[in-house]
Ligand binder design. Structure first.
Ligand code: ZN
Length: 249
């Protein structure tokens, strides 16, 4: 199964636009508690059902030049960006030369991508994504080396406990929610995928990136009560430490 590694890369590249299309559905529907189905999409203006050919990710967008076949209304660019981002995840994994765990890494990257995107848009990290990601981390450890499983389980528990505890403490002291419950579950997922040793680095790296981005965006206007999504930077930190385990020494 793992013999033809270059082949795996091609297969992952080929399916990734379709995965991206599915991620788009998850990003738009999960925060609204809408059912996630493979309903045929229709144009929001003229109601034309998209033909199967129109559902080819990326390609159909280019062929139709981003417009509805009937009324020429512009198709939401979101669909193109998320599909390209899903392709980008695979390219990144290939460039990082992660052959033995290529498939698992792509799954992690795709789910992190959906989580980061959802959090940026809605300040939510849906349980429907974080909780399966924790289990997937355990499954991945078990599949490649079952002796890693205890470490991953401990890391997940510590990750959840640390953030949940911190959030509770902050709420008591300041009466505000500094960290969402979703952040604790995402950090648990991070622990489940990279292990206990890397856990502090996830938090460190995420805080560093988050502060840098917040300063760049808001500058001096940044108040301590400003709401900032932390999930995207947690997701990015998990991703970097997974692909480059030695980056923090
Ligand atoms: Zn139309």
């Amino acid at each position: 199964m793992w013999q033809n590694r270059a082949g795996d890369g091609w297969i992952l590249l080929l399916v990734s636009p379709f995965i991206g299309s599915l991620l788009g559905v998850l990003i738009r529907r999960l925060p609204q508690d809408e059912p996630v189905m493979w309903a045929r999409s229709a144009c929001p203006r003229c109601g034309t059902r998209l033909a199967p050919g129109d559902l080819m990710p990326v390609l159909s967008f280019l062929v139709l030049r981003g417009r509805c076949r009937q009324c020429r209304r512009q198709i939401d660019r979101f669909h193109l960006w998320i599909e390209l981002a899903a392709v980008g995840v695979v390219l990144w994994v290939i460039l990082a030369e992660r052959e033995p765990t290529m498939f698992a890494d792509c799954v992690l990257g795709w789910v992190l991508l959906a989580l980061a995107w959802t959090d940026l848009e809605t300040m939510l990290l849906p349980d429907a994504l974080t909780l399966p990601l924790i289990l997937a981390g355990f499954a991945e450890a078990w599949w490649f080396d079952p002796t890693m499983l205890p470490d991953r389980a401990i890391a997940a528990a510590i990750g959840w406990g640390a953030f949940a505890g911190l959030a509770g403490l902050w709420r008591r002291l300041h009466g505000i929610d500094a960290l969402g419950a979703g952040d604790a579950k995402l950090l648990a997922a991070g622990g489940a995928w990279v292990g206990a040793e890397q856990l502090p680095w996830i938090v460190f790296l995420a805080a560093l990136i988050g502060i840098a981005v917040a300063l760049a965006q808001h500058g001096r206007k940044l108040g301590s009560r400003q709401q900032i999504a932390f999930g995207p930077w947690l997701a990015l930190a998990i991703w970097l430490l997974r692909l480059y385990p030695d980056m923090m020494g």
